[in-house]
Design a protein. Structure first.
Length: 378
């Protein structure tokens, strides 16, 4: 009971909360929706240098109309060509589509966070942290605990499964390999499709970093101590920051420099998912992630949280026991009140029935006691 209550936020991985940032872009179900398409040359697949190799491409109206129709799935309703680059040629098109929207939130591939595995992982994290703090722990005992911890981490990060979309028939064909979903070279790129891919990438990367980067960061903090004067490794920070995760998602989704309006929406989405899957560690605010000294501050924040008994379960165990006790007392009082009311009502009903029977016998057995309509006495 205490363990369950201590990590209750982990079990509230609710899709609706993690998608609040997207409401300004994703349309309501059944409504028509608007989109923008850019024609481009080159490739939107970022290489090892993480630079964009795509540029806007000047194309005729026919290409843009055909691309919009393909993305919509049927003939588009309205359209406006944008960014003219010659007579009858443009870089982009804004259009309205009334076909069923295929990028709804239930179509995003959200990893399954198994409650049992998460609780075991958090418990093992606490165990290894406490052992690392204790200088008297033997090498063999420490090595055994660390191997158990790493084995579980690998299992959770590799055996990744996803929730099944409720209406899979309306969803695009998604795969584990994100590159298969990127636009073909020298074709077109859609704002809705790009946003959809970015959300998929964020969910996948956050799941992975919870079991890989976060453990590395914790180990790094233990080595540095509470001072964190030298900060922490860049990789541990990059995979823990929702700001950096949003940048990675935008880059890997092929966004390049297209659709600047997606930056804020994707950043909010990443922050929501990070917060809703934080293993009970309330993450820092946006300002902390954008601070010039953010690596050191993140290190100090993590060190403080790891020392907090509330996260290790000691304080939450007491809270859970108190809540359970209060709930138990409340239930007992309610049951006692209900039982008392039931017994009182039953007693009153029995008394009423008994009175009615006596009255019936009095009037039927002693007719002289009943008034007569033929009695003419004054």
């Amino acid at each position: 009971m205490a363990e369950w209550a201590a990590h209750l936020p982990l079990g509230t991985f609710v899709f609706v909360l993690s998608f609040l940032a997207s409401t300004a872009i994703v349309p309501d179900r059944g409504n028509c929706w608007s989109d923008r398409i850019y024609a481009f040359s080159g490739s939107v697949r970022s290489g090892f240098n993480r630079t964009c190799n795509a540029t806007r491409r000047c194309v005729n109206e026919t290409f843009l109309l055909e691309s919009a129709t393909k993305e919509c799935g049927q003939r588009i309703e309205n359209h406006t060509f944008d960014q003219s680059c010659g007579i009858g040629h443009f870089f982009a098109i804004d259009y309205t589509c009334c076909a069923p929207y295929k990028y709804h939130e239930e179509c995003v591939r959200v990893p399954i966070w198994d409650e049992t595995d998460k609780h075991k992982y958090v418990d093992l994290t606490n165990k290894t942290i406490e052992m690392a703090k204790d200088g008297e722990i033997g090498l063999q005992e420490w090595t055994t605990a660390l191997h158990e911890y790493i084995a579980l981490r690998k299992k959770l990060s590799r055996n990744l499964t996803y929730h099944t979309a409720e209406e899979a028939a309306e969803c695009p064909n998604t795969t584990e390999d994100i590159s298969a979903l990127l636009p073909e070279d020298s074709s077109y790129i859609s704002r809705h499709h790009t946003y959809f891919l970015a959300k998929h990438i964020i969910n996948h990367d956050i799941y992975q970093q919870r079991y890989i980067a976060m453990t590395g960061a914790a180990r790094n903090v233990l080595k540095l101590g509470s001072g964190c004067t030298n900060g922490m490794s860049k990789s541990n920070y990059l995979f823990s920051s929702p700001v950096e995760l949003a940048k990675t998602a935008l880059r890997e989704s092929g966004r390049c420099y297209f659709f600047p309006e997606l930056e804020e929406a994707v950043a909010k989405f990443a922050s929501e998912v990070v917060r809703n899957t934080s293993f009970g560690l309330d993450p820092p605010g946006k300002d902390a992630w954008e601070d010039e000294d953010r690596e050191r501050k993140y290190c100090e924040w993590l060190a403080e949280r790891l020392k907090n008994p509330e996260w290790s379960g000691e304080e939450d165990d007491f809270k859970a026991a108190l809540v359970f006790y209060l709930l138990l007392v409340t239930v007992v009082l309610l049951l006692a009140a209900a039982l008392g009311f039931f017994l009182w009502k039953r007693k009153m009903d029995t008394k009423t029935q008994k009175t009615s029977v006596i009255a019936y016998h009095v009037f039927d057995n002693d007719l002289s006691a009943r008034p007569s309509s033929h009695d003419n006495s004054p």
